[in-house]
Design a protein around this ligand. Structure first.
Ligand code: ATP
Ligand code: MG
Length: 454
């Protein structure tokens, strides 16, 4: 296994060993090697105290972020390595962090404080063997998520572990061992004590997991503690010919079918969140959900702000929810028009969401052809140098001001030129665009005439 460790990380381990300390890769990086993927970061457990680690790496770039908890981050040849002193924890009165941590404990004690068996594993690089007191490797081979020790006690110590557990299940595709599963349900209220930023971080990893949908389905009661807005969707029948699933099952299908990227996953999760509250029934007994797009955007905005999501994400997600039901034919003119209105980035996100939304409805076979046609039209339009937004137009407001155009006419003229370019009536070239304006003015025989929309 040793050859799996990048040379700079190996050199760092050697330096700790030569200084007389024990040092072991632990947790996620060991698991990543079992999985056959390169670890995204390296966690090293070390017998040295944080100050000793700092002194030993005085010549390296050291980040002191977690010093109080015993973590020193060293950049080793581009790899961020988190070196954490062996520590024990005691007293968890607030349900989110230990009252005190003790350094100077053994590796065994350090592994005992860790939350799940698949993360409570250390790799003895010198002897090329595992130190695995809780059977983490066996659990990994069986794809089992199991708490270290008594699951309820462990989740009561730190409520975030509940969400970490669901996140590991959703990203790694694990089955949850029964006692751990029961505790994930019973200890759900512990999540109320956790800071919203930390909840968000774990939720986003969960949502982007390959197995997010089955985990959400199975643990909606637990997730509902932090996202109560989801609960009305569960089991809510649509009774509408376009739909063959209830709102929640449809939502899970959409979630699974958008790329694993947080804007799209949030938008998928919340796109129909207001359907239950907007439901009406017509005389034939068919359900309708008028206004659920705008109402859903409102619900999503509150929810995402509560979780302290950044403004750009909130804007992207709420806008996608607002527009998710807009329908237009797959033509190049439509690609030009809507990419022009929304910008290309949002247009592409819209198309990904539309594809997934259709895949989750009663006629899924339409999803892929529509998506592919629109992507091709967009590419063709881009190829022709059609510009999608005013920013890409070859003339700008200043050009028009220089021609004597004033006030509202500036914006109107720019819009008119953009349409002319998008419809292929004019090339997107400055000289041609300005010339077209002057021709107009001459034809109108007056000085402000040329600024009227074409
Ligand atoms: P990944 O890095 O892929 O997210 P990981 O297992 O390395 O997964 P980290 O969050 O990086 O998880 O934490 C490193 C290790 O520290 C974990 O494997 C776990 O043993 C321990 N750990 C982290 N957070 C907690 C916690 N809240 N309670 C108990 N142990 C924890
Ligand atoms: Mg890690």
């Amino acid at each position: 296994m040793r050859e799996k460790i990048p040379a700079p990380v190996l050199a760092l381990l050697r330096r700790l060993h030569r200084a007389g300390f024990e040092a072991y890769p632990v947790g996620g990086c060991v698991r990543d090697i079992w999985r056959g993927v390169p670890p995204h970061d390296w966690d090293i457990a070390v017998s040295a105290l944080p100050q000793q680690v700092e002194a030993l790496f005085a010549d390296c770039r050291v980040i002191e972020t977690g010093l109080r908890h015993g973590t020193v981050t060293v950049l080793a040849g581009g790899y961020p390595v988190e070196i954490t002193s062996f520590r024990g924890e005691s007293g968890y009165t607030d349900g989110r962090r230990p009252d005190s941590v003790q350094f100077g404990v053994s590796l065994q004690q350090d592994l005992a404080r860790r939350d799940f068996t698949i993360g409570a594993v250390a790799w003895d690089v010198q002897n090329d063997c595992l130190i695995d007191p809780y059977g983490g490797q066996q659990d990994w081979q069986a794809r089992l998520l199991r708490a270290v020790g008594n699951p309820e006690r462990r989740f009561a110590e730190d409520g975030l572990r509940v969400l970490r557990g669901l996140r590991f299940a959703a990203t790694l595709g694990l089955t949850v061992e029964p006692a751990t599963a029961a505790a994930l349900r019973r200890c759900a209220p512990m999540l109320r004590r956790i800071a919203p930023e930390r909840v968000r971080e774990e939720l986003e990893k969960l949502l982007c997991g390959e197995y997010a949908a089955p985990v959400l389905r199975e643990y909606i009661g637990t997730v509902g503690v932090v996202l109560p807005e989801l609960l009305p969707m569960v089991g809510f029948a649509q009774r509408n010919p376009h739909h063959n699933r209830d709102v929640w099952e449809h939502t899970l299908a959409v979630l699974q079918n958008v790329p694993a990227e947080r804007t799209l996953r949030w938008a998928a999760l919340l796109h129909d969140v207001a359907k239950p509250q907007c439901c009406t029934v017509d005389e034939k007994g068919i359900r309708h959900f008028y206004g659920h797009q705008a109402a859903g955007a409102g619900v999503a905005e509150k929810l995402l702000r509560r979780l302290r999501c950044e403004t750009r994400l909130v804007d992207d997600v709420t806008e996608l929810i607002r527009i998710h039901d807009i329908r237009f034919e797959a033509t190049e003119a439509m690609a030009v028009r809507w990419a022009g209105r929304w910008g290309e980035r949002r247009f592409l996100q819209f198309l990904a969401l539309r594809r997934a939304d259709t895949l989750g409805q009663a006629a899924p076979e339409q999803a892929q052809p529509y998506y592919e046609a629109m992507i091709a039209h967009l590419a063709a339009a881009r190829e022709k140098h059609a510009c999608f937004t005013l920013r890409e137009l070859a003339v700008n407001g200043e050009d028009l001001l220089a021609l004597g155009c004033r006030g509202k006419a500036v914006g109107q003229t720019l819009e008119a030129l953009l349409h002319a370019v998008q419809e292929g009536r004019l090339p997107n070239q400055k000289a041609a665009l300005l010339a077209s304006l002057q021709t107009k003015a001459a034809a109108a025989g007056e000085s402000d005439g040329f600024c009227k929309p074409l």
